[in-house]
Design a binder for this molecule. Structure first.
Ligand SMILES: [Zn+2]
Length: 313
């Protein structure tokens, strides 16, 4: 009796054991394609500061030589691109405001593009903040992709914020008049907030450890911001250098969006040289996300190395 029972159990067990295998094989359909992964915020700690870069938009653009390297031949542009493993006929443009939590204040540098669904709110919320927590909004300059997120349907996007921006920048664009595309945007988006805005010159201290630096050229009042805490520094470069290859390796290449092309090139050489000498990483508004990297000198120009684990631990 006991032998029969044992055999039966063995058969049952064997059958039971084989069943799930058969079932799982039958049910094991190909995993669905999920599309590219998307990371829209990146936070690291530096001293007392928490610094978060926010990816608020990304776009693919054709014919990049219409924007970068306007003063060099197509052959030279294609060769420089190939040497750096990027296509010459297409580019990715990123839009990356930076959020700094000093422990006392939450400070947002630039606001991204406008539109019905504001990328800046999406990324800010994904990073764990709400718009009413932002204490200060700093505008590095007033191109539309930096001021577009200031207002939502005529109301301030960041209801409790005050604002800081350059006097020169504000006056330059306002003087263009409301008919001018950017002048009109500044009149609509920045001017209504003027009472809550502190208009500054370079070297102004936004908060302890945050200092405005003159990086004019891209626009007349363009400023970058040096962050310093715990004996370390990071430079918010905004649009001083807009491509990790074409602007870094070839700082003299003309860029369509630089208001003063000669001054912009001189600023790139001066500031990138300082960052390379002092080994200070930069956050570039239009650089590949998460937009943080190091600058070194290479040949006649500079080389960009994306940050890895320098701020972990
Ligand atoms: Zn920009």
């Amino acid at each position: 009796m006991s032998i029969t029972v044992t055999l039966n159990r063995r058969h049952l067990l064997a059958g039971a054991a084989s069943l799930p295998i058969t079932t799982s094989l039958a049910a094991h359909a190909a995993a669905p394609l999920l599309g590219s992964s998307e990371q829209i915020f990146s936070r690291f700690k530096m001293g007392d500061f928490e610094i978060t870069t926010l990816l608020v938009a990304q776009s693919t653009r054709k014919e990049p030589q219409g924007t970068f390297g306007m003063n060099v031949s197509p052959e030279e542009f294609a060769k420089a691109s190939a040497e750096n493993f990027i296509p010459y006929d297409q580019t990715e443009t990123y839009f990356t405001p930076t959020l700094v939590n000093t422990g006392k204040e939450l400070i947002l540098f630039d606001t991204g593009l406008g539109g019905e669904t504001l990328g800046v709110l999406r990324a800010l919320r994904a990073a764990g903040y709400s718009e009413d927590q932002v204490d200060i909004v700093v505008l590095t300059h007033m191109h539309p992709d930096h001021i577009g997120g200031l207002m939502v349907e005529g109301s301030a996007t960041f209801p409790n914020a005050r604002y800081i921006t350059g006097t020169t920048e504000y006056e330059f664009w306002l003087a263009k008049g409301p008919e001018h595309r950017i002048g009109g945007m500044v009149a609509n988006l920045v001017k209504p907030l003027a009472e809550k805005t502190t208009f500054i010159d370079p070297n102004y201290s936004v908060a302890s450890g945050i200092t405005a630096l003159d990086t004019s050229g891209h626009t007349p009042g363009h400023m970058g911001y040096m962050l310093e805490s715990g004996g370390r520094q990071v430079f918010i470069a905004a649009d001083m250098a807009n491509h990790h290859v074409w602007s870094l390796a070839y700082p003299d290449w003309e860029v369509r969006f630089d208001t003063d092309k000669v001054a912009a090139a001189a600023t790139r050489r001066r500031v990138l040289g300082m960052l390379a000498t002092d080994k200070i990483p930069m956050i570039g508004y239009h650089l590949p996300f998460p937009a943080l990297g190091y600058v070194s000198t290479r040949g006649e120009g500079f080389h960009y190395t994306p940050a890895s684990y320098q701020f972990s631990g």
